[in-house]
Design a protein around this ligand. Structure first.
Ligand SMILES: C[S@@+](CC[C@H](N)C(=O)[O-])C[C@H]1O[C@@H](n2cnc3c(N)ncnc32)[C@H](O)[C@@H]1O
Length: 306
């Protein structure tokens, strides 16, 4: 029997409240499986860190325990007087997203690949009725618990699952986000189709992903790495991405924002000490990755599910 107490059991009531009774058992089983397959060494260390965070009586202890949950990829967080300066200035992306989405007030939101819940907390603060994050990385669910243990936000959950582990169709969400996830999927069109199956008719998809610059419609697969990442599968141009969305049945596409990621937004910090974007770019030409690909251009697109 796995210790499932790291996942707030309130999530199961939430699923029932959304009419997703048929998710409860599969989600519980999949979470059990995910936690039990986690390497024992790391998991035990993270569990101890969570205990220390809850027991901390001063900022030195709290900081030390939060550091034990590194790497912090998304942030910043302010916890107990400590600033967690994560690898990504996720607040910058959130500001760009916020400019283009309709109000989240009263909406039930699904954030697929939502990491440690940084964005989910912003979504809830922006008025969402609830936010469910699914992201298979167990460390991120533990980071979310750490944040929640210091300053609790109701109606937000981070569950360590892949989108593919959820029974679909389940057209119960008003808004579904997929940010920074599409290029990690071997079958990006299947991903778009699954996202659609989470949305109520007329529901809103917010998709954020990397695209290749240029006017033509095509996609390319890096033969090995892209910006040092091994798990990048398909990179479309903007026109190709629009084709993917139309072919998978979305309507009313609109581009909210495009930009090239900067090393101010994604960088090494004391909370994420590994190499970051700067080490993935060609030193003499930062418009290219070290493999010779265009450096990451990112787009945020809104689309409607029929
Ligand atoms: C580059 S991060 C993006 C995190 C965040 N959404 C953002 O925009 O900053 C990609 C995340 O997607 C998660 N992920 C990858 N494949 C997934 C899948 N099939 N279902 C759910 N999450 C997935 C990874 O664990 C990782 O946390």
């Amino acid at each position: 029997m796995t210790d499932n107490s790291y996942i707030d059991a309130g999530v199961y009531e939430h699923l029932q409240g959304l009419g997703l009774d048929n998710w409860v058992d599969p989600v519980r089983r999949a979470v059990d499986a995910r936690l039990s397959e986690e390497g024992h060494g790391d998991f035990a260390r993270w569990r101890d860190a969570l205990g220390e965070i809850e027991a901390a009586t001063n900022t030195t202890q709290l900081r030390h325990a939060l550091m034990a949950l590194r790497p912090w990829r998304k942030g910043p967080f302010e916890i107990g007087g400590i600033t967690i300066d994560a690898e990504w200035r996720s607040d910058l992306k959130w500001a760009r997203v916020g400019r283009g989405i309709s109000s989240l007030a009263g909406r039930h939101v699904l954030d697929v690949g939502g990491g440690n819940g940084y964005y989910a907390l912003q979504m809830r603060a922006a008025g969402a009725a609830s936010v469910l994050v699914v992201d298979p990385t167990v460390l991120y669910a533990m980071q979310f618990q750490a944040v929640q243990s210091q300053s609790r936000t109701e109606q937000v959950w981070v569950v360590p699952l892949r989108l593919e582990e959820l029974p679909l169709p389940a057209r119960r969400f008003d808004t579904t986000f997929s940010m920074g996830v599409l290029y990690h999927q071997r079958s990006p069109l299947d991903h778009l189709q699954r996202l659609k199956k989470t949305l109520k008719p007329g529901g809103e998809l917010i998709l954020e992903t990397i695209f290749l610059p240029g006017d033509e419609a095509y996609a390319r697969t890096p033969i090995d790495r892209y910006a040092r990442m091994r798990n990048v599968w398909m990179l479309p141009t903007m026109r190709e991405l629009e084709t993917w969305l139309v072919r998978t049945g979305y309507r009313e596409l609109s581009i909210i924002d495009t930009l090239m990621t900067t090393t101010d937004e994604q960088r090494t910090t004391e909370w994420m000490t590994f190499d970051s974007l700067a080490a993935a770019l060609e030193p003499n030409d930062p418009t290219l990755t070290i493999e010779g690909w265009p450096a990451p251009h990112r787009v945020i697109i809104r689309a409607t599910a029929p």
